[in-house]
Design a protein around this ligand. Structure first.
Ligand code: AMP
Length: 319
C-alpha cells in the first residue's frame, strides 16, 4: 500500500511564518463513476463522495482527504486534486479503484445504481495521518459507517462533525449508521434516506427522531426542490435554484456537504443563523455541480460564480 506524502505542513513566506494548516477533514469515497442521464453518458469519470466534497470545500477552506483508490487511478486526477490544494496524504493506493455505475431517468432526483464494485474499498481501513489529527471540522462523507466511526476514534478533539450516508449503507449496516448519527453534530440526508433510516413517511418526524439521537441539526436535501434545516426549535427551508440546464446531479449531495462544512470552517461561527447561510452556500455549489457531468463544473467554479448565485438565492426569497 502506497501513501502520497507531498503536502507542506508549513509554508514560509519572506520574513514571516504563515501556517497553511488544513481546516476540514473529509473521509469518503474517491471513485470511477459511470453515469448515464437523459442528457449523455460518461464512463469511469473521477467521482466519489470525498472527491465532490473536497472540491466543494476547497472553494472555502483547506480540506484534507482520507480515502482509497487503486493502482489504476490516473495520475492526472491526483494532479487535479493537488491543484485544488486538497491534502491527499491520507489517500491510500491499493488494488483497484471503487467503481459506481448508475443512471437517472427524467426524474433526476433519484439515482439508480446498476453496479457497485467496492474493489479496494472492501478491505480499506481508514488511517488518520498524524498531522490531520488536530483538525476540528470533520465531514464523514458517504462511505462505510464503520470507517466513519474509525476516523472519529483517531481524532484528538473534533469540534464539529457532519455525517452523510446513503441507502446502500442503511440497508447493509444500519446499526453502525445509527452509531455514527449519535456522534454527529449535523446529519445530512436526502428525503428518501431519511424515510428509510427512521421508518417513517413524514420528514418532520424523521428529523425529530434524528435530533433525539444527538445531532444539533438535521438537513434533509430534496434535490432540485431545496433543503430543509431542522434544529431543536427552529426550521429553515432553502429553495432549490430554478436550473434550466441540468445534465448530471451526481455528487450534488456531496458537494452540498463539502460547501456547507467548508463555509462553516472558514467563518468559525456555529450559530443557527450561520448554519442557514451555510445551507444556502451548499445549495449554490450543488446547483452549479448539476450543470455538467462528473466534476466538470466544480473544476471551473469560482468564488465569483458562487457569490453571484448566492445573491440570486436571496432574491428568490424576498417577498
Ligand atoms: P450523491 O449524488 O451526492 O449522492 O453521491 C454520488 C457519489 O456517491 C458518486 O460519485 C459515487 O461514486 C458515490 N457512491 C456511490 N455509491 C456509494 C457507496 N455505496 N458508498 C460511498 N459512495 C458511493
Amino acid at each position: 500500500m502506497k501513501k502520497i506524502t507531498n503536502y507542506p505542513k508549513l509554508s514560509i513566506k519572506t520574513n514571516q511564518i504563515s501556517f497553511s494548516m488544513n481546516d476540514v477533514l473529509i473521509i469518503g469515497t474517491v471513485a470511477f463513476d459511470t453515469i448515464e442521464t437523459p442528457f449523455g453518458k460518461v464512463e469511469k469519470a473521477l467521482g466519489g463522495s470525498a472527491a465532490y466534497a473536497s472540491f466543494a470545500a476547497s472553494l472555502f477552506s483547506k480540506p484534507a482527504l482520507i480515502s482509497v483508490v487503486g493502482n489504476d487511478f490516473p495520475k492526472e486526477h491526483i494532479k487535479l486534486m493537488k491543484k485544488k490544494s486538497i491534502n491527499i496524504e491520507g489517500l491510500q493506493i491499493t488494488g483497484k479503484t471503487f467503481h459506481w455505475d448508475g443512471f437517472y431517468e427524467y426524474d433526476m432526483n433519484e439515482a439508480k445504481t446498476r453496479k457497485t464494485e467496492l474493489n479496494s474499498l472492501e478491505h480499506f481501513k481508514a488511517e488518520v495521518p498524524e498531522n490531520y489529527k488536530d483538525i476540528k471540522y470533520i465531514f464523514l462523507a458517504n462511505i462505510d459507517p464503520e470507517q466513519q466511526l474509525g476516523v472519529l476514534r483517531q481524532m484528538s478533539k473534533p469540534k464539529f462533525v457532519v455525517l452523510d450516508t446513503m441507502n446502500f449503507w442503511i440497508n447493509s449496516k444500519k446499526k453502525s449508521v445509527i452509531d455514527a448519527v449519535k456522534k454527529a453534530d449535523v446529519l445530512l440526508l436526502n428525503d428518501a434516506e431519511a424515510r428509510q433510516l427512521f421508518g417513517t413517511a413524514n420528514l418532520v418526524n424523521a428529523a425529530n427522531q434524528a435530533l433525539r439521537l444527538g445531532p444539533k441539526a438535521v438537513i434533509i436535501k430534496k434535490g432540485e426542490h431545496g433543503a430543509l434545516l431542522f434544529t431543536k426549535n427552529k426550521h429553515f427551508n432553502a429553495p432549490g435554484y430554478p436550473l434550466e440546464n441540468i445534465k448530471d446531479p451526481t455528487g450534488c449531495g456531496d458537494s452540498f456537504g463539502g460547501a456547507f462544512i467548508g463555509y462553516l470552517a472558514k467563518t468559525k461561527d456555529l450559530s443557527e443563523s450561520n448554519f442557514r447561510k451555510a445551507v444556502v452556500y451548499g445549495s449554490v455549489v450543488a446547483s452549479h455541480n448539476a450543470e455538467d457531468f462528473g466534476l466538470n463544473r466544480l473544476k471551473r467554479l469560482t468564488m465569483n460564480d458562487i457569490e453571484k448565485r448566492y445573491r440570486e438565492f436571496q432574491d428568490i426569497r424576498e417577498f
